[in-house]
Design a protein around this ligand. Structure first.
Ligand SMILES: [Zn+2]
Length: 280
């Protein structure tokens, strides 16, 4: 029997992403605060369709909004690790990154009684140490890389990328990679961001993005017997009225395509349970 899985994931950053970029004045903070409004709307929508999702939350946000995070847990969603702060790992020393993984997991343990099984890096930029540290800290999966689209795979450790010589692939590890893509992330399509040296235009109409997102799922159902497609949304982005209507249309379109909605940890378990999913 073919089985096609959709993972809806929400990166519950609130103001942490703006703070990490040094944008800590009242307006960007309020922009992040809108994520709490958006989260309420998302929880209601997911409840309407009986869908369980995965929420990646930075530790500082768990401690800033404990009640909002408790509501996410109470609704049966999975909590994943999204750093202690929203600083990308590539910008941290090994010690800072390790400390953030430990501190974030303590906050997650206090929130839901167990550590996170999965990690997603802030801004999707892993450091050369991240895979080692995730393995040391007992994580089972990561969701920050783009080496496939519908098929989870095993992350590698110790790659070498010499400029003038062929790439050297490192060893395959037990860490499962749940691949993502910027095309399936609400942020670059919709957020308008102006900094000193760049403008992210964003502000796209929802129709074209929705069509792309549904077509990626239709391609999965038309080409593979089994696969997972991961969508990434941010409550402060998708929470606006017209985008919430898009999210509902996405859910309805996926239901029509026969999607099975799973949390990311459930999808990982299913991947591991299948032939070829055995640890290396
Ligand atoms: Zn984030």
């Amino acid at each position: 029997m073919p089985r096609h899985i959709a993972c809806l994931t929400f990166d519950f950053d609130a103001m942490s992403g703006w703070v990490a970029r040094g944008m800590a004045t009242p307006t960007p903070i309020s922009r992040g605060e809108f994520g709490i409004v958006g989260a309420q709307r998302i929880l209601a929508l997911l409840d309407k369709y009986g869908i369980r999702a995965t929420w990646f939350v930075p530790g500082v946000i768990i401690e800033t909004y404990p009640e909002a995070c408790r509501q996410v847990v109470a609704a049966g969603h999975e909590i994943g690790h999204h750093g202690w702060t929203h600083m990308p790992p590539a910008a941290l020393s090994r010690e800072q990154e390790e400390d953030g993984l430990i501190r974030g997991n303590l906050a997650i343990e206090r929130l839901c009684g167990r550590k996170a099984r999965g990690y997603r890096s802030p801004a999707w930029d892993l450091s050369p140490n991240t895979i080692d540290l995730l393995l040391e800290q007992g994580f089972e999966y990561d969701s920050s890389m783009m080496g496939d689209d519908y098929t989870p795979y095993r992350a590698r450790q110790g790659d070498i990328a010499p400029l003038e010589e062929p790439f050297v692939f490192g060893a395959t590890t037990r860490l499962v990679e749940m691949p993502i893509s910027w095309t399936l992330d609400d942020y670059p399509h919709f957020e308008f961001v102006r900094t000193q040296d760049a403008v992210l235009q964003g502000l796209m109409a929802t129709g074209g993005v929705l069509q792309n997102w549904l077509d990626d799922f239709a391609y999965l159902t038309g080409t593979l017997e089994w696969g997972v497609l991961t969508y990434t949304c941010h409550p402060f982005v998708i929470g606006r009225g017209h985008r919430m209507m898009m999210l509902e249309r996405l859910i309805l379109g996926l239901i029509e395509e026969g999607a099975v909605f799973l949390t990311m940890e459930q999808a990982v378990d299913e991947f591991l349970g299948r032939a070829g999913g055995a640890p290396p």
